[in-house]
Design a protein around this ligand. Structure first.
Ligand code: PGA
Length: 248
C-alpha cells in the first residue's frame, strides 16, 4: 500500500510572521496518523518553523542544489537543509522547469543527489495545455519520468514519491477531472509496474496537484490510484489545508 501524503507548497508567499501563524494553526489540529503531512515553506523560514514544529508533520524545501557544497552562490545544499530540520525536496516542479530553465538532465542529477544522500524527494511531472489538447499527455509525462527518474533501480525508486501536476491546472482554479487524474495516475502506476514490478509500483505514492482545494479534495484524493495531494494556493489557508488533510 502506498503511503498517503498531503503536502503544502507555499511557493514564494508569506513573511516570517505569517508563516509561523499558519504553522501554529496546523500544530493545533490533530492529523490522522496514517497520513504523512509535509510543508514546503520558503527555505529561509525552515529553521524558525522547525523550532516550533511539534513533529506531527515534516518540513521540505522547494529547491536545493544538485551539488554537495562549495562555490555555488545562492544555492543551498542537502546537508544544510538537514541541519535545520528539512527532510524532503521537491524536484521538477513545472514552475522551476519553466522559469528557472531546469532541464531533464538537471532534474536527474538532483534525483541522484537525493539518492546518494538518502534524502527524500517528490518528483513532479505534468503536461502543458497544448499537449493535453493534442491528446499527447500520456507520452509527454512518460518521457519526463523516463528522462529523470526511471534510470533508478527498484530499490532506489521504492522510497520515491511522484506528483502528477498538469500545468494547465496549477494556480488556475481549473482542476483535472476525477477521470483525467485517475487515468494519468493509473498509467504512471502501470509504467512503474512494467519497469519495476508490482511491489514497487504499489508502494510508490503518486500525488495529484493542480487547484486541489477543500471542496474538491475528497473526490480527487479518493481515486484508487491517487495517494495524496501536492497543494499550492489552498495550503496557505489553515482551515483549507487542514480540511484537505482530513479529507482522508
Ligand atoms: P495550486 O498549486 O494548488 O495552487 O494549483 C499546486 C502546485 O503548484 O504544487
Amino acid at each position: 500500500m502506498a503511503q498517503k501524503i498531503v503536502a503544502g507548497n507555499w511557493k514564494m508567499n508569506l513573511d516570517l510572521e505569517q508563516s509561523l501563524q499558519l504553522i501554529e494553526g496546523l500544530n493545533t489540529k490533530e492529523f490522522k496518523n496514517d497520513v504523512r503531512v509535509i510543508v514546503f515553506p520558503p527555505s529561509l523560514f525552515l529553521q524558525p518553523i522547525s523550532a516550533v514544529c511539534d513533529g506531527s508533520f515534516e518540513l521540505g524545501v522547494q529547491n536545493f542544489s544538485e551539488n554537495e557544497k562549495g562555490a555555488f552562490t545562492g544555492e543551498i545544499s542537502i546537508n544544510q537543509i538537514e541541519s535545520v530540520g528539512g527532510t524532503v525536496g521537491l524536484i521538477g516542479h513545472s514552475e522551476r522547469r519553466a522559469y528557472n530553465g531546469e532541464s531533464n538532465e538537471l532534474l536527474k542529477a538532483k534525483v541522484n543527489h537525493c539518492i546518494e544522500n538518502n534524502f527524500d524527494f517528490i518528483f513532479c511531472c505534468g503536461e502543458p495545455l497544448s499537449v493535453r489538447e493534442a491528446g499527447n499527455e500520456l507520452s509527454f509525462v512518460k518521457k519526463q519520468l523516463e528522462a529523470s527518474l526511471f534510470h533508478l533501480t527498484a530499490d532506489q525508486i521504492a522510497g520515491g514519491v511522484i506528483a502528477y501536476e498538469p500545468v494547465w491546472a496549477i494556480g488556475t482554479g481549473k482542476t483535472a477531472s476525477v477521470a483525467q487524474a485517475e487515468d494519468m495516475h493509473m498509467n504512471i502506476r502501470s509504467w512503474l509496474n512494467e519497469k519495476y514490478g508490482a511491489q514497487v509500483s504499489n508502494n510508490v505514492s503518486i500525488l495529484y496537484g493542480g487547484s486541489c482545494n477543500a471542496s474538491n479534495a475528497k473526490e480527487l484524493l479518493s481515486c484508487p490510484n491517487v495517494d495524496g495531494g501536492l497543494i499550492g494556493g489552498a495550503s496557505l489557508k489553515v482551515d483549507d489545508f487542514n480540511a484537505i488533510i482530513h479529507s482522508y
